[in-house]
Design a protein around this ligand. Sequence first.
Ligand SMILES: NC(=O)c1ccc[n+]([C@@H]2O[C@H](COP(=O)([O-])OP(=O)(O)OC[C@H]3O[C@@H](n4cnc5c(N)ncnc54)[C@H](O)[C@@H]3O)[C@@H](O)[C@H]2O)c1
Length: 262
Amino acid sequence: MQRNEKKPALITGSTSGIGLSIAHTLARHGHPIMLHGLVEQVAGEKLRTEFTEAYGVECGFSSADISTENGCQALVMDTREAVGNPAVLVNNAGIQFTAPSHEFPSDAWQKIITVNLSAAFYLARDLLPHMRAEGWGRVVNISSVHGLVASTEKAAYCAAKHGLIGLTKVMALENADCGVTANAICPGWVETPLIQPQIEAISREECIDLDQARARLLGAKQPMSRATRPEAIGELVVYLCGEFAETITGASLPVDGGWTAQ
Ligand SMILES: NC(=O)c1ccc[n+]([C@@H]2O[C@H](COP(=O)([O-])OP(=O)(O)OC[C@H]3O[C@@H](n4cnc5c(N)ncnc54)[C@H](O)[C@@H]3O)[C@@H](O)[C@H]2O)c1
């Protein structure tokens, strides 16, 4: 039996896309799950029930808005109440906004930095002491290829995702002596609601249909011009939580169809 079996996992932004897939995959492997995301309580409760019935694991839900430090504290409290102290923290919640740097609105900048970067710091700061005391923990930060390389019109997103990789490395070093690892996953395109506005913008600007726009977006930078399945990220998180990953720490792992190999 693995030491981490049945340890609770908090996955931020797990009501949609990549986070939801990560939650399904961890639940299938027996982890109690704390679901989280900006949906109505009733929708969150429905999802929670679905998880409990499908996987037979303990499961909680919180709709805390993590764009503030208080919101992150509320999420920690909700999590402890529902499933206890998580030994797995997946900082996945993220948002996007695109505009040239010289036109980038301050509110969009602030929001992206707090949700995509600061929340990961606040949550890890609160949850690491328990992991350290237990001698086992996993922090997985969902960064992006945009944590490794840049694209135009993504000033805040690139700054936050690069920052998240720096934060990951610091946490890896600080916890190397106590069985706690910290790693970043850096996806290229993944088929989720996050990329829809970008597909729609290309469709509008170039007067092409959505399928053509999707192909244009995916092919522009990614040599394999097809999106990664969200489940693939879930499986990588499970691997990082497994016994063979115990010396993988401080890594930034691209899942990007060759994007950052160029
Ligand atoms: N989809 C991609 O192509 C892609 C590529 C690289 C990295 N990523 C990263 O993967 C992560 C997940 O992205 P996704 O594509 O699944 O997005 P998504 O839009 O499908 O899901 C985002 C989740 O975050 C939650 N969220 C957003 N703002 C929040 C807030 N203020 N408080 C609480 N919850 C909030 C949403 O409710 C939702 O559950 C993000 O960090 C994103 O940057 C995505």
